[in-house]
Ligand binder design. Structure first.
Ligand SMILES: [Zn+2]
Ligand SMILES: [Zn+2]
Ligand SMILES: [Zn+2]
Ligand SMILES: [Zn+2]
Ligand SMILES: [Zn+2]
Ligand SMILES: [Zn+2]
Length: 555
């Protein structure tokens, strides 16, 4: 997406203006003030709105006068640029957590680069082998009606030039790179159909140069197909550039039927990367992307999403960012050898067992060292060791047919080999929780509550604040504590003070879950979870009341 991420901005301002009107900034003498006219009277401007830097004023009086109407438009973020990082967004004032920054519809949508059969009309997955094809271009569709959909009309006549039918996928099979050309054709169509969106497209960071130099297969095949088979009337450089811009800026989203597709957003693309994001993306049911703060953000601080997913180990995040986005992450998490105190990618010292090995740098091919006994291991050794364990526990059936006791033993084993905030632990805990869900014994309930609580504590570091995923984990943790308390109460195995304490923790988690999930846009997939959390809050509080009144049964 961006050439460089994870920089904290030097523009960060420690003064937090409480009132917006105090935030005017004088235009430095050496800038071309002549190009800026007062937004009210049109005379030469001397001030710029400190909130958004996009409106200019001759003086305080006109700024004050304009504020009544400008306050609605004054954006909470602004676009800045630096030579290394290109264009990116920063907070234009102090932002509170959970604030919606903007919603926007994609410039264009299309199939993912390498995709199984998907309809070019509605982006739904195509099932079975007996599917219709577009009569003009011969590409597979879910129904013949989709041939005339406005989305497919964009590229149909261009695709029809492939009279030898080299491009259209022939049958069901593994995901194919033939779909890579579709979003490209749609974006190229902007040139004649939507000139201002075409300008945006050309303004995007493109990694075309990297792909050409590396002779990337998908890139090369697609550009040649568009140029030589479809004979699109555009110079190769432009096709390369736009293909590279799509690769760098598109975001994977889900179609209504759950199929993976991708979309290019004009402003979301400007969000920088950090391995611990401070903003959260979520799709509305109308298909817009909503950008919301996950934590409070200081004025001048860049807005970050995580391009790689927050739960990959250090080297996997660095590899993806290097191979796909062509930069090295220098975020707070990557540059801290403890990964914010989690030691998320580190194994225990194999010699003294008293510390976790620390990477000596976050750059690949580093060495890992023990603070205590100075034992060293190479990056390759560490990665192989972790991968070996990860592979064992990422298999779907690793815990199936196992008793709760056996599952507990396997988790304990990981905790002694690594620890409960490690990538391997997370992989195993998620698999174990899927299995434990079907076992309703007291032991299972106890282990469930324990694993969810540990998972919550880890996720609160990796993905802090009001992210949907953290909301879901809070909900699950609360439910697990509630179920455990109910079961212990029924069996008479617990003292009331202990139960009360546990239920109070459950209530706190469930309330926070209800708050976070309640921020999801109405009609979105996780919106029903907010009411579930709310129901569980009521159940927990009723249970607490009955306990305090000395009632005997938990509903
Ligand atoms: Zn004026
Ligand atoms: Zn403003
Ligand atoms: Zn369709
Ligand atoms: Zn067609
Ligand atoms: Zn990072
Ligand atoms: Zn050691």
């Amino acid at each position: 997406m961006k050439d460089k991420g994870g920089h904290s901005s030097s523009a960060a301002d420690s003064h937090h203006h409480c009132k917006h009107l105090d935030a005017e900034v004088e235009i430095p003498k050496n800038t071309m003030v002549a190009s800026h006219a007062c937004g009210v009277c049109g005379t030469e401007a001397a001030l710029v709105c400190g909130g958004c830097s996009s409106v200019f004023y001759c003086g305080k009086e006109h700024q004050k006068q304009h504020w009544g109407s400008h306050r609605k438009e004054c954006l909470p973020y602004k676009v800045v640029a630096s030579p290394e990082a290109g264009k990116y967004l920063i907070a234009s004032r102090r932002l509170r957590e959970g604030q919606v920054l903007f919603q926007e519809f994609p410039l264009m949508m299309g199939p993912v680069s390498v995709s199984p059969l998907v309809c070019l009309g509605c982006h739904c997955a195509i099932e079975g082998t007996d599917f219709p094809r577009c009569p003009e271009c011969h590409w597979p569709l879910c129904s013949s009606a989709c041939a005339s959909s406005s989305v497919h009309r964009i590229e149909c006549s261009v695709l029809a030039a492939d009279t030898r039918r080299i491009g259209p996928p022939t049958s069901q099979g593994p995901p194919t790179l033939r779909y890579d050309s579709i979003l490209l054709l749609r974006c190229l169509s902007l040139r004649s159909n939507r000139p201002s969106d075409w300008e945006t497209m050309l303004d995007m960071v493109s990694h075309a140069g990297h792909y050409q130099k590396a002779q990337d297969t998908v890139h090369t095949v697609t550009v040649r197909y568009v140029k030589e088979v479809l004979k699109l009337d555009l110079d190769s450089d432009t096709i390369h550039q736009v293909r590279g811009a799509i690769a760098a800026n598109s975001i994977e989203i889900r179609n209504v039927d759950g199929t993976k597709i991708r979309a290019v957003y004009p402003r979301v693309r400007l969000l920088n990367h950090a391995c611990t994001p401070n903003v959260h993306l979520t799709s509305t049911k109308e298909g817009a992307m909503e950008v919301r703060t996950a934590v409070s953000i200081d004025k001048g601080e860049p807005l970050y999403i995580c391009y790689t997913g927050t739960t990959l180990p250090l080297w996997d995040r660095q590899r993806i960012l290097n191979d796909m986005y062509f930069f090295r992450c220098e975020c707070n998490r990557c540059t801290d050898p403890t990964e914010l105190g989690t030691h998320y990618s580190s194994p225990k010292c194999p010699e003294c067992s008293s510390r976790y090995l620390k990477p000596q740098s976050w750059v690949n091919q580093t060495t890992w060292e023990c603070d205590n006994c100075r034992t060293e291991r190479s990056d390759t050794e560490i990665q192989e060791h972790v991968r070996e364990w990860e592979e064992r526990f990422s298999m779907d059936d690793v815990f199936s047919q196992k008793s709760v006791k056996q599952i507990k033993k396997m988790i304990d084993c990981i905790e002694s080999e690594f620890h409960a905030r490690h990538h391997v632990w997370l992989t195993a805990a998620q698999a174990a929780l899927r299995e434990l869900k079907a076992i309703d014994t007291e032991h299972s309930l106890h282990l469930r509550a324990e694993l969810w609580a540990k998972l919550l504590s880890l996720l609160s570091v990796l993905e802090p604040g009001l992210s949907r995923r953290r909301g879901i984990v809070l909900l699950e943790t609360g439910i697990a504590l509630l179920d455990e308390a109910k079961s212990e109460h029924e069996s008479g195995n617990a003292f009331v003070p202990q139960l009360t304490e546990r239920l109070q923790v459950a209530a706190t988690h469930l309330k926070e879950a209800a708050h976070i999930l309640g921020l999801e846009p109405p009609g979105s997939q996780s919106a029903p979870l907010a009411s579930k959390a709310q129901e569980k809050v009521v159940t927990t509080e009723n249970f607490l009341t009955r306990l305090q009144e000395g009632g005997v049964r938990a509903e």
